[in-house]
Design a protein around this ligand. Structure first.
Ligand SMILES: NC(=O)C1=CN([C@@H]2O[C@H](COP(=O)(O)OP(=O)(O)OC[C@H]3O[C@@H](n4cnc5c(N)ncnc54)[C@H](OP(=O)(O)O)[C@@H]3O)[C@@H](O)[C@H]2O)C=CC1
Ligand SMILES: O=C(O)[C@@H]1CCC=N1
Length: 269
């Protein structure tokens, strides 16, 4: 049976998902989008050939509603949607922090809710999407959410209690790697390389390392040891990283991201 899917609040994540679904073969006639600004709706219509409708129209017409507004906008969106969402709709939230109970309290009793934390590599079909069901979500609902998000990368089911940690790791994760590339490119400048060459060297090193992490089956420690020659160059760099507390900084950074996800839980953020 064909299911109509609506993406409500189609910004960066909503568009990444929409484009991935279209690349994955979803018919545009089975997709709807909503946007806050008319010019954004027009942009999406023009770029993807999808129908842009109001939030209320999406709630009535689609079987699955994927809500991709900012956590701070979710309460307002739900106030607008609640009178129009029949309890047989599947509601998927892509927002950081907000628990499934927040939606269940505001929608018709029994409405199934699935919480998903994806990430921006959805744009290149390399997302990590972490999925949890609310109290009325069945196996079929979870499987349907997986089908949608498998189209833009990998999915993993976790208990909802692990969602804030997942947000800190994979939701925000790409930003940490971009930050590292930016910092290492600066280092290349310091060492006398032109910026474009420094960038290319680091990006390819990152891609090579990522593919080895994914495909070699080796533990990261083993992979690092293989690079680290006795009395060689790498160990000098590692000593500096440890001396500057980079490991502790990363642990503290992810803890802070997890804490912020918890703070966003009320949707007031
Ligand atoms: N960016 C990321 O890396 C990730 C983000 N997320 C989550 O995804 C969600 C979206 O983030 P992101 O895509 O970055 O944010 P964006 O601001 O790019 O997208 C949100 C969109 O929602 C629109 N919007 C807000 N309120 C309404 C409304 N009532 N009706 C229709 N549209 C509305 C906004 O419109 P306008 O353009 O007018 O502001 C905007 O286009 C957040 O909840 C975030 O926590 C999850 C994983 C990763
Ligand atoms: O920074 C944020 O709040 C969002 C959620 C995960 C990634 N970006």
């Amino acid at each position: 049976m064909t299911q109509k899917v609506a993406v409500l609040g189609t910004g960066k994540i909503g568009e990444a998902l929409l484009s991935g679904m279209i690349r994955g073969g979803w018919a545009t006639s089975d997709l709807l989008v909503t946007a806050r600004r008319p010019e954004r709706a027009e942009e999406l219509r023009g770029r993807y050939g999808v129908e842009a409708v109001t939030n209320a129209e999406a709630a009535k017409a689609a079987d699955t509603l994927i809500l991709t507004v900012k956590p701070q906008d979710m309460g307002k969106l739900l106030d607008e949607l609640a009178p129009h969402v029949p309890a047989d709709r599947l509601v998927v939230s892509g927002a950081a922090g907000i628990p499934t109970s927040f939606f269940e309290e505001r929608l018709s009793p029994g409405t199934p809710v699935v919480r998903v934390m994806t990430n921006t590599p959805a744009l290149v079909d390399e997302a990590m999407s972490v999925i949890s069901g609310g109290s009325h979500a069945t196996e079929d609902h979870l499987a349907h959410a997986e089908e949608i998000f498998n189209g833009v990368g990998k999915t993993l089911r976790v208990p909802e209690s692990q969602q804030d940690a997942a947000t800190a790791l994979s939701g925000s994760g790409p930003a940490y790697f971009y930050f590292l590339v930016e910092a290492m490119t600066d280092a290349g400048i310091l060492l006398g390389l032109p910026r474009d060459k420094a960038h290319d060297l680091i990006v390819q090193a990152a891609i090579g390392a990522a593919v080895m992490l994914r495909d070699s089956g080796e533990h990261p420690v083993r992979l690092r040891e293989a690079v680290t020659s006795p009395a060689g160059t790498t160990i000098n760099a590692i000593r500096e990283l440890e001396g500057h507390g980079v490991r502790a900084a990363l642990i503290a950074a992810l803890e802070a991201a997890r804490d912020r996800s918890r703070e966003l839980a009320s949707g007031q953020g």
